[in-house]
Each structure stands twice: as structure tokens, then as C-alpha cells.
Design a protein around this ligand. Structure first.
Ligand code: MG
Length: 170
């Protein structure tokens, strides 16, 4: 079983993942209005993934006989000046999430809780991917700049993204 301290921190993480989902859904709406349906779709898939992250954490809480207390989801930004600005905010946000996951691991380490560390390893790997992908999108959008042809190509590429259920939920 997990410590009360870790249970509280995981409960907070569930809220953070739901906030991430809300943030990416908001980016998806704004980018849709800007005319980039493919990039909007990409963020909608990101929204689904973040909800899945919350579900994975909820399942773990249940396995540890811990009750999940759902807190309100804080307000998110609703408009970005450019698509690049949204990508930059995504990268900064994912860095914060990585720090939060690292904090969960620190608590599990102090508790000598090997099961939780094993469980959290999936999130550590996931954050490497999240940061790598967010950085790639920032770099691409920076290179494209105001070149509409480039943006249309990126829109097409990101529009092909498919949602895959994360392995811990399979
Ligand atoms: Mg996440």
C-alpha cells in the first residue's frame, strides 16, 4: 500500500492531468478557429491522451485502496496569438508535468515504495516522449514562420494523428 503523502500527491496529479486535457482541448478550439483543422485534431488527440493519464492514476489509486477526490479544474487560457505560441506553451507545460512526476518518484523513493516507482516508470518514459514531440513542433513552427505553405503541410501531417489507448489501460 502507498503512503498517505504519495496518495495525496497522486490525487493532485490526477487533477493536473485533467487540467492538461482541458488546456489541450482549449488549444484545439482556438487552432480550429484559426483554420488549421489538422493541428486542431492533433490537440484533440492530446486531450484524449491526458484523460487517459488521469485514468491510469485513478486505477492505481484503486489498486492501493485509496479514494480519489476530484477537485475543480482550474480555468485555462482560451486564445493564442499564433500556433507557435500554443506549441511553446505546450512545451513549457510538459516540462512542469515532468517535474511533478519526478516529485512523485521522489516521494516513492523516500517511502522505499518499489511498486510505485515501477508504476511511475511508465510516466517517466511518457514525459520524455511528450517533451521531445512538443520541442519538435516548436522547432518546425519556428522554421516555417509566416510561410503559409509550410503551415499547410504541418497541418496535413498532424491531422493524420491517431489515438492509441496507452498500454497501462489495455
Ligand atoms: Mg500527461
Amino acid at each position: 500500500m502507498i503512503s498517505k503523502k504519495l496518495a495525496k500527491a497522486i490525487n493532485d496529479q490526477i487533477n493536473a492531468e485533467m487540467w492538461s486535457a482541458y488546456l489541450y482541448l482549449s488549444m484545439s478550439q482556438d487552432i480550429y478557429v484559426k483554420g488549421f483543422r489538422g493541428i486542431s485534431h492533433w490537440f484533440k488527440v492530446q486531450f484524449l491522451e491526458e484523460q487517459a493519464h488521469a485514468a491510469i492514476l485513478i486505477n492505481y489509486m484503486h489498486s492501493q485502496d485509496e479514494r480519489v477526490i476530484l477537485a475543480p479544474i482550474a480555468k485555462v487560457q482560451t486564445e493564442w496569438k499564433t500556433v507557435l505560441d500554443a506549441f511553446k506553451d505546450q512545451l513549457e507545460h510538459e516540462k512542469k508535468v515532468t517535474a511533478m512526476i519526478n516529485n512523485l518518484c521522489d516521494i516513492a523513493d523516500k517511502d522505499g515504495d518499489r511498486a510505485s516507482n515501477n508504476f511511475l516508470a511508465w510516466f517517466i518514459d511518457e514525459q520524455v516522449e511528450e517533451e521531445e514531440e512538443a520541442l519538435r513542433l516548436v522547432r518546425h513552427a519556428e522554421m516555417i514562420g509566416d510561410h503559409i505553405g509550410g503551415m499547410i503541410m504541418l497541418d496535413k501531417e498532424l491531422g493524420a494523428r491517431e489515438y492509441h489507448t496507452p498500454s497501462p489501460l489495455k
